[in-house]
Design a binder for this molecule. Structure first.
Ligand code: PGA
Ligand code: ZN
Length: 435
């Protein structure tokens, strides 16, 4: 029996940085509803779908989203009234056609994504099944290994670190619940260690600490020390992942460490820094080690380190199948970061993931630095089965909501839940850890 959309509503809410974003409510003819909230990035890729902001300086410094809200309540609602809610692909195609632009700039990718996600949720309500099962299959039962951003820098913190994210990866845990414990205990040990050395333990946008350290080596040292203090095995239980977000310090064909040493390095020198870091620390993944336009940097790194670690493209692909195809053809990386709001619909995001799978690439489902309490990505990560999620640190409830939702899913799946490292293929060559 067809279940159709009766109405769609939206309103302005605030994200984790206190800036406006959208919440969308899709109501079905049978009265059931689907609700979704849209995240927002700070270190955005140039080719991301457009996040529509009002630009009215008298409200929220121009960051209001009332235009996008109004697009949902009028143009989009009128167009989707009576649409079959179970056909995600058809609904998403209708949204894309209605917008009619390359980057969703007419209606706003924030308006479109909110509707796309809320439609998926409404379909779950109608079917009476969880989102991970609806978007996946009954066999979707792999919990993702979390990449937890415990030291924040770059555009996410007012400190001396140029690299944006230093993450811990509890890939050696037996279950997701244990992985969360490994992560939290390491996070607490890290706080103790930072405090002992007189560093600030205030947190950045994604809930990680934001101390004024000398650079990436010192940050990795602190993390290794924290893993050890937590009584966990460095590398085996908990490894490290980096997201330098190098677009943010790429300037005139050079990488400039503006926040720390003010030193400018070439692509080759930056590559050499990554080589040293991977040799010295148990790093399993580096994301956006080079800037979004520096495809040569990515290709060189993948040729050099691609059999040893996961190399992830974020700003360079912006979850766009067109750019991911270029990356696959040029062997630019061996993995992609996946953010629903970079491309703007659930179906296009799934297409980007399918492309990764076909190429034998790994993929990491990711939050944004501006988040809400919505946990869509937790279900989405289980549905897509790639075994990795990036959802921030072990503080700030907009981050923990994602992890807590994964605990619920693991509990629901019971003994059929799977938790396994996506990095075992790199294990033989992984770095020896300094002790
Ligand atoms: P953003 O950062 O959400 O601020 O873009 C996240 C990332 O770069 O992975
Ligand atoms: Zn990134």
């Amino acid at each position: 029996m067809a279940v159709v959309i009766e109405t769609i509503d939206a309103f302005e809410i605030l994200d984790s940085r206190g800036y406006p974003t959208l919440r969308v409510v899709v109501t079905l003819e049978n009265g059931q509803q689907g609700v979704a909230s849209v995240p927002s990035g700070a270190s955005t890729g140039r080719h991301e779908a457009l996040e529509l902001r009002d630009g009215d300086a008298t409200r929220y410094g121009g960051k209001g989203v009332l235009k996008a809200v109004s697009h949902v309540r009028t143009i989009i609602r009128d167009h989707l009234l009576g649409a079959e809610v179970m056909s995600q692909e058809t609904v998403d195609q209708a949204l894309i056609a209605l917008d009619g632009t390359e980057n969703k700039s007419r209606l706003g990718a924030n308006a479109i994504l909110g509707v796309s996600m809320a439609v998926a949720r409404a379909a779950c309500a109608a079917k009476g099944i969880p989102l991970y099962e609806y978007l996946g299959t009954r066999s979707a039962r792999r919990l993702p290994v979390p990449m937890m951003n415990v030291i924040n820098g770059g555009r996410h913190a007012e400190n001396s670190l140029d690299f944006q994210e230093f993450m811990i990866v509890p890939h050696g845990a037996p279950t997701f619940a244990e992985a969360l414990r490994f992560g939290a205990e390491t996070f607490h040990a890290l706080r103790t260690a930072l405090r002992k050395w007189g560093h600030s333990v205030a947190v950045g946008d994604e809930g990680g600490f934001a101390p004024n350290l000398s650079g990436s080596e010192e940050a990795c040292e602190f993390i290794v020390q924290a893993i050890q203090s937590a009584g966990l095995r460095v590398g085996t239980d908990v490894a490290i992942a980096l997201d330098p977000a190098a677009t943010s310090f790429w300037n005139n064909e050079q990488y400039v460490f503006e926040k720390s040493s003010r030193e400018a390095v070439s692509r080759q020198e930056l590559l050499e820094l990554y080589r040293r870091l991977v040799d010295a620390y148990p790093i399993v993944s580096i994301e956006d080690g080079f800037a979004e336009d520096d495809w040569d940097g990515f290709r060189l790194q993948t040729a050099l380190q691609g059999n040893r670690i996961q190399i992830v493209g974020d700003d360079v692909y912006v979850t766009n199948p067109q750019f991911i195809r270029r990356g696959i053809e040029g062997r630019a990386t061996n993995a992609a970061l996946i953010k629903l709001n970079q491309i703007g619909t659930v179906s296009e995001t799934i297409r980007a993931i399918e492309m990764c799978r076909e190429a034998g690439w790994q993929y990491v489902i990711s939050h944004r630095s501006g988040e809400t309490e919505d946990t869509f990505i937790s279900d989405f990560a289980v549905a897509m089965g790639g075994g990795q999620i990036k959802a921030g640190s072990l503080s700030r409830s907009e981050r923990l909501a994602k992890y807590n939702r994964l605990l619920e899913i693991e509990r629901e799946l019971g003994p059929s839940a799977i938790y396994e490292s996506p990095f075992s293929k790199f294990q033989q060559t992984r770095a020896k850890v300094k002790s």
